[in-house]
Ligand binder design. Structure first.
Ligand SMILES: [Fe+2]
Length: 243
């Protein structure tokens, strides 16, 4: 599938601009520095939707060898991890409408690109994502394993927090692209925020239709990569229990 850049309407461009500007009023104070640098490195700006082939991918290719590929809605999980293992990140191309700026039911291109692409300029994060995807493909036919794979992805790539210079910042794309959750995840007294722990992630419930009850804080993006052997070890143990 192609992005078909010319099909974006003036209204689509306006939706991008409004969402981009709304988030960028907050993110300089609360988002991971690596993410914020990634916005610049990826060439994302307010005044137009990123053109994957002509703008974003030449930059990503040079920096980390990754690229963003246009996807038609939600990608089936096996195909999703095959793409990631091949250093390709699938992104929707459709945008929410201007009267639904907080629309969240299904990831649109604002979530997929603004939320996820900037971290693909960071090699440590890319190493984690590619290796995690290779592990995921090994277990993709185990129903129980898939549940745990999704949990790790959820509490890191989508809803992860990171400690940078002794401050807790956001990096997960689900938080970064959400006006409400970007501040809720850091400042609300309702959820708990705990050190990144594979064991605890295995035991934590995913909230799909509400803000998370628990957020996991990493010390570095390399910590994610380094945790993968342990993740696989615990996954194997869980599979024995469930067999
Ligand atoms: Fe996402």
């Amino acid at each position: 599938m192609k992005q078909n850049y010319n099909l974006y309407t003036t209204s689509d461009q306006e939706v991008w601009r409004r969402l981009f500007e709304r988030q960028m009023q907050k993110l300089p104070f609360i988002a991971s520095e690596v993410y914020l640098e990634g916005i610049e490195k990826a060439g994302f700006v307010a005044n137009h939707i990123p053109d994957f082939d002509n703008e974003t991918n030449p930059r990503l290719q040079t920096l980390t060898g990754w690229s963003v590929v246009a996807a038609d809605g939600l990608v089936p999980i096996k195909e999703f991890f095959e793409l990631l293992a091949d250093k390709k990140f699938p992104a929707s191309t459709w945008l929410r409408k201007i009267d639904q700026l907080d629309y969240l039911e299904e990831p649109d291109m604002f979530h997929d690109t603004f939320g996820h692409i900037p971290l693909l300029t960071n090699q440590d994060f890319c190493n984690f994502l590619a290796e995690f995807s290779k592990i995921s493909l090994k277990y993709i036919n185990h129903e129980v394993a898939v549940k745990f794979l999704q949990k790790l992805y959820w509490f890191t790539v989508e809803f992860g927090l990171i400690k940078e210079k002794q401050l807790t910042k956001i990096y997960g794309g689900g938080i970064i692209s959400s006006s409400g959750e970007s501040t809720y995840s850091l400042f609300s007294g309702v959820p708990t925020r705990v050190q990144y722990s594979i064991e605890e992630i295995f035991n934590t419930e995913v909230k799909i239709d509400a803000y998370q009850k628990k957020y996991f804080i990493i010390d570095s993006y390399d910590q994610l990569f380094q945790s993968l052997p342990k993740f696989e070890e615990i996954l194997e143990q869980q599979l024995l229990v469930y067999q």
